[in-house]
Design a protein around this ligand. Structure first.
Ligand SMILES: C[S@@+](CC[C@H](N)C(=O)[O-])C[C@H]1O[C@@H](n2cnc3c(N)ncnc32)[C@H](O)[C@@H]1O
Length: 616
């Protein structure tokens, strides 16, 4: 269901003309496991290099980072002050930093520990004076580690200073005495390690986000006929610090009205345990685009400086599109857990393989599989920036000159009920229209004829088995696709069916004839659910003699204090099949359904009275 806010956002994108061009809309029709939909691609220049400069604090280099204007665009339009904004692939931390600068709570994750090292000091910067004093106090004359290969990049005295600083920082970290001033110095030093101007520690090389191997540096030196000259590191750190802090107004986290203390994590983005459920209002992120960028190789020197062997980090570099889709579906499922219902996810991918692979289309399918609603696909057609050309990226082959962003919404709680309704309805439609004829062609006779030949006891068992396997599997996959892992059909689900065969009723209780009435209900409950305590959503289907499903009831059940008699069949002229959907969070279920469903009672979805409403 599209909310008013989403409609407004959609209109903003559709009518956008801030940079003199009108938006072009192209429909994209997708199909996921038999479900189809259309999402519009909106093409325009939504942010541009001609726009006002972003805050100077962003200006550190990182491979495949996005411009701050990208997260700013979404933070501005889809959040308000104090909301949390998250990026599961944060890289240099463009999204969390921009979030903080806009008065939002920053949350981020990246599998590479380098990301936290690059971001956290910029969320809490020291003053220039503090940096200056600390630099003066650090002794750079003693270095233990020997690393001869690095002499292809650095003069021996520069290398001694770099290693001294590295060892000082690691020691402070080990002792737990590292503070935001040390952390700042470390972040800036990382950004000065290699580059091609005199502001860097190294002789001419590639930028720090793309360190070459020592062997390759040796070749560069030979080709350019260059020898590393001495570059004092302290003044270079100070100079870059001044330029980074140019726009920083000295505002600290606690100066904002809201508590903006963030959370940063170093995990695989498929399961980021440190980030709680329903904690973010918006995600703005950009994953690795297949295997286009070698994040491990490019960051080897930076990782060495922080004491990490980059080859041991399990960075996703997935060549096969199927593997990429599987990973991104899992990531989007975790984002669905993290983003509050009604919140949004802006998932950016670049142009890859010369435009032959339209990754944004794969992203839409991944999101639908994860249970998200695609709202719109934005294609930001921007001019390729000077910076990118200067770093020698060949735009037409390796570079990405358009940002392609799929905007998803996380379904509202009320939408959860509609999603369940949708799944149940589509499975019922399929059952009545396709499954029953299929049954007939498989068994050579109708449902009714087939079951009329066996004993009443067997009938119950056989029908239960059949219905359980077929209906449950189908419903389960639909619910998982729409709602993700918050739901499951309980492992112990059985269709507890009361069947009406040839006018005689064989309810499930028939199986327990030796028990007195009340006890038999409780035994039944105990047998089926004793190890599955917790809130469940019950879906009860009415099935007629011919196997056709004729109606649906939904109920709420607390299995630890269930009085089965209250929700057991009260009507004896119809067959029932009851499914239990286990909910992972009791409070959440109460929140969601409390107003709509009474404990131990059913509501009927008239919509599903297929025999009445649909055929009339
Ligand atoms: C395109 S970059 C993100 C750049 C970021 N938007 C920025 O502005 O700096 C992708 C990031 O994903 C990280 N990454 C790759 N595989 C990951 C995984 N499985 N879990 C978490 N992060 C991962 C890489 O380390 C890299 O920093």
């Amino acid at each position: 269901m599209i909310s008013a806010a989403e409609n407004a956002f959609f209109d903003t994108i559709a009518n956008f003309d801030e940079f003199g061009k009108t938006t072009v809309m192209v429909p994209f029709v997708w199909e996921v496991d038999g479900i189809t939909g259309t999402t519009l691609k909106a093409i325009n220049e939504y942010w541009t290099s001609r726009q006002r400069q972003a805050n100077s604090l962003h200006e550190i280099s990182y491979r495949a980072c996005f411009k701050p204007q990208l997260p700013e665009f979404f933070i501005q339009r889809l959040t308000t002050g104090g909301d949390a904004v998250y990026d599961p692939f944060m890289g240099r931390g463009t999204t969390p930093l921009e979030a903080l600068l806009m008065g939002r709570k920053p949350m981020g994750n990246d599998i590479n520990p380098l990301s936290q090292v690059l971001l956290s000091p910029r969320l809490n910067p020291p003053t220039i004076k503090e940096i200056e004093e600390r630099l003066e106090a650090i002794d750079l004359s003693n270095a233990d580690e020997e690393y001869e290969d690095l002499l292809h990049f650095y003069h021996k005295d520069t290398l001694r200073e770099i290693i001294s600083l590295k060892e000082y920082l690691l020691k402070r970290e080990e002792e737990g005495t590292i503070d935001n001033i040390d952390a700042w110095i470390r972040m800036v030093a990382i950004n000065r390690l290699t580059g091609h101007s005199s502001g860097f520690f190294s002789v001419y090389s590639l930028p720090p986000n793309q360190a070459v191997t020592a062997k390759r540096q040796k070749k560069i030196n030979e080709q350019r006929n260059q020898v590393p000259d001495y570059r004092a590191i302290k003044p270079r750190i100070l100079k870059k610090s001044k330029s980074l802090l140019k726009d920083w107004k000295g505002v600290r986290l606690d100066a904002f009205e809201n508590d903006l203390t963030g959370v940063l994590s170093t995990s695989d983005s498929r399961k980021v345990l440190l980030i709680p459920d329903d904690s973010a209002s918006l995600v703005v992120t950009s994953p690795p685009f297949l295997d286009i960028v070698d994040y491990q190789g490019d960051n080897w020197l930076r990782c060495w400086f922080i004491g990490v062997d980059s080859s041991t980090i399990e960075i996703s570099q997935l060549k096969a599109i199927e593997d990429w889709e599987d990973t991104m579906t899992d990531v989007l499922k975790d984002l669905k857990r993290i983003v509050k219902p009604g919140g949004h996810i802006a998932f950016e991918v670049g142009e890859v393989r010369g435009g032959k692979v339209l990754l944004e289309e794969n992203v839409v399918r991944c999101g639908v599989k994860a249970g998200l609603e695609p709202i719109i696909i934005m294609i930001n057609d921007q001019e390729f920036t000077k910076t990118a050309n200067a770093w020698g990226v060949d735009n037409s082959k390796k570079g990405t000159n358009t940002n392609r962003i799929v905007i998803f919404s996380v379904p509202e709680r009320s939408d959860i009920i509609s999603a369940i309704k949708h799944c149940v309805l589509s499975v019922i439609n399929w059952w009545n229209a396709d499954m029953l004829p299929l049954f007939e062609s498989l068994y050579g006779e109708s449902w009714k004829d087939f079951f009329s030949k066996i004993s009443p006891k067997q009938i119950t068992q056989e029908k239960t088995k059949l219905a359980t396997t077929i209906f449950t599997n189908r419903l389960n996959s639909c619910i998982k696709r729409k709602l993700g892992d918050k739901f499951e059909i309980a492992n112990d689900t059985s269709f507890d069916v009361t069947f009406n065969v040839n006018g005689e009723i064989y309810p499930v209780e028939q199986k327990l004839t030796t028990q007195p009435v009340n006890a038999k209900y409780h035994t039944w409950t105990g047998n089926h659910v004793s190890n599955k305590v917790g809130p469940h959503l019950l879906i009860r289907l009415e099935i007629d003699d011919n196997g056709k499903i004729t109606g649906v009831y939904v109920g709420l059940l607390e299995l630890d204090r269930c009085d089965i008699t209250k929700w057991s069949s009260t009507k004896s002229d119809v067959n029932y099949a009851t499914l239990k959907l286990r909910w992972s969070d009791r409070n959440q279920l109460q929140d969601i359904l409390g107003k709509q469903l009474q404990q131990n009672s059913f509501i009927r979805f008239d919509y599903y009275r297929l025999d009445n409403s649909e055929e009339e």
